[in-house]
Design a protein around this ligand. Structure first.
Ligand SMILES: [Zn+2]
Length: 491
């Protein structure tokens, strides 16, 4: 390491946040060695830092100040709800996700439309829009209907399911599904599979299929946090809206007395969110979450999902790809930003046998959405990230201590009222943003540990006139993860 040029040594150390040893040239660091009692940033205002180096200076200051002053360390452990949170990561004013059901999607269709949605590649349908859009998975296929699922005429055997049919000893598209889950193009489960039947009394699903599915998923690291109900009354593994007097009376996944019971396993294995089959015509929501008490006594977050309009008293479903231009209008996106709301849009991107699912109007609408994100108005996130963020935003506890002209903020907990304190991983706190008077003099800690400087996001005043500091959102990832490119992905 001695032979490395100075800047490279610095970069290595800065990235690993191990030491401030490389930053020995500016005098402030030397003086700190000599005077360990000095408070943090003691000479900030008098140090001659050229404006063009200010960013680096602040960066290095944060790097060097890994030690929390002992005089405030204790106070920083007492977190509470913080009234000065910004609702969305700066500069965004609203957040939007697509929640797409995997119904009748072949692997070829999946790769084709996600390449357009998630990458900036040149595709036969134009440059991709490069948005963070996830999808759902199926482990099994037990549908006995004669569906034609793609343009080449494939039946249900062509659909991307993990296992072959309903046989957990035979794999079908396991590699594809595992790959897409790891890369983020899949982040939810559309129940365990397609159990729709011609005769809804001829039920195929049973608990043993759930046991086998979870065994495999846990072993392969496929752990979706969102469950989306599917299909007709034969899909008895559905849950979350059971009502003996309504259509949803078939839902039995949370009934401990039913042979279809599985929510003991599913919640334990990480499912924290459910779309309970109740479609909604309301687009924006102040919160995407509402608590549901299941029949086995457990609680889970229900998810608001926009699915349809109501026209002359009838449901006009817009959760199909040829209607995406009605889901994404400038008027709707403007209103979402004005109201400061979340929207989760139901879709069935691959549900038809029409080839590339978006027509000209749909492509234009998706480009419009990309512009709203590029302009800093609407943040598009895969559904699991949006939901995890909403839990964190609503239930984060932090301690804020002012100390010698600086602000110290320690995130002490994400106190999920249904699932208890959540692990304080980086992903769990990404995007959290605090209004502060002097973001350039604010330290962020997570569970008492200083946040690495490259994760700081210092924000100027927004529409409210207040400046803020936040933890950087996930970096934009427009890599082409199409399964046929997996060799390239591995490099
Ligand atoms: Zn479905």
């Amino acid at each position: 390491m001695r032979h490395l040029p100075f800047p490279l040594v610095c970069t290595v150390l800065a990235v690993s946040i191990l030491s401030s040893g490389c930053l020995e040239k500016p005098p402030v660091f030397q003086s700190e060695v000599d005077q360990p009692e000095q408070p943090a940033f003691p000479q900030l205002e008098t140090l001659p830092v050229p404006p063009e180096e200010e960013d680096f200076y602040l960066f290095s200051q944060r790097l060097v100040d890994l030690e929390v002053p002992t005089s405030i360390a204790e106070r920083l452990t007492h977190g509470s709800l913080n009234a000065n949170m910004r609702k969305f990561p700066y500069p965004y004013r609203g957040m939007l996700a697509f929640a797409s059901d995997i119904d009748d999607t072949t692997p070829e269709e999946f790769a084709e439309y996600h390449r357009f949605l998630n990458t900036k590649e040149e595709t036969p349908n134009g440059t991709g829009v490069g948005l963070d859009i996830g999808d759902s998975l199926w482990m099994y296929m037990c549908n006995d209907r004669p569906n034609i699922t793609d343009r080449s005429g494939k039946g249900l055997e062509g659909v991307m399911t993990y296992f072959d049919g309903a046989d957990p000893t035979k794999k079908r598209y396991a590699n594809e599904i595992k790959h897409y889950f790891q890369k983020g193009w899949i982040d939810s489960m559309h129940t365990f599979g397609d159990f729709s039947r011609k005769n809804v009394k001829d039920v195929c699903f049973k608990r043993q299929l759930a046991v086998k599915a979870w065994e495999e998923m846990i072993q392969e690291g496929i752990t979706p946090s969102l469950w989306i109900n599917h299909g007709n009354e034969a899909n008895v593994d559905s849950f979350g809206a059971y009502d003996p007097n309504r259509f949803s009376r078939y839902q039995a996944g949370d009934d401990p007395t039913s042979p279809a019971y599985h929510t003991d396993l599913s919640l334990k294995n990480g499912v924290h969110f459910v779309w309970n089959s109740v479609g909604e015509s309301r687009y924006g929501q102040d919160s995407p979450l509402f608590p549901i008490r299941l029949r086995d006594g457990q609680k889970i977050w229900g998810v608001h999902r926009y699915t349809h309009e109501v026209v002359n008293g009838k449901n006009d479903w817009t959760w199909v790809p040829r209607e995406v231009h009605r889901q994404l209008t400038a008027e709707r996106l403007d209103r979402l930003a004005e109201q400061g709301q979340y929207a989760i849009l139901g879709q069935h991107f691959g549900g038809y046998n029409i080839g590339f699912p978006f027509d000209e109007k749909g492509v234009a609408a998706l480009r419009l959405l990309e512009r709203y994100q590029d302009q800093g108005t609407i943040l598009v996130a895969r559904t699991s990230r949006l939901l995890q963020y909403a839990v964190a935003y609503q239930h984060v506890k932090s301690a804020v201590v002012e100390h010698i002209g600086e602000t110290w903020i320690n995130i002490t907990a994400i106190d999920d009222p249904l699932f208890g304190p959540q692990p304080l991983t980086l992903d769990a706190v990404r995007g959290l943003t605090f209004y502060v008077e002097k973001p350039e003099r604010t330290h962020l800690l997570v569970d008492g540990k200083p946040l690495p400087p490259e994760l700081y996001q210092v924000n100027q005043a927004d529409q409210s006139g207040r400046s803020s500091i936040g933890i950087r959102w996930f970096p934009r990832d427009v890599h082409d993860y199409s399964y046929q490119n997996q060799d390239e992905n591995a490099q």
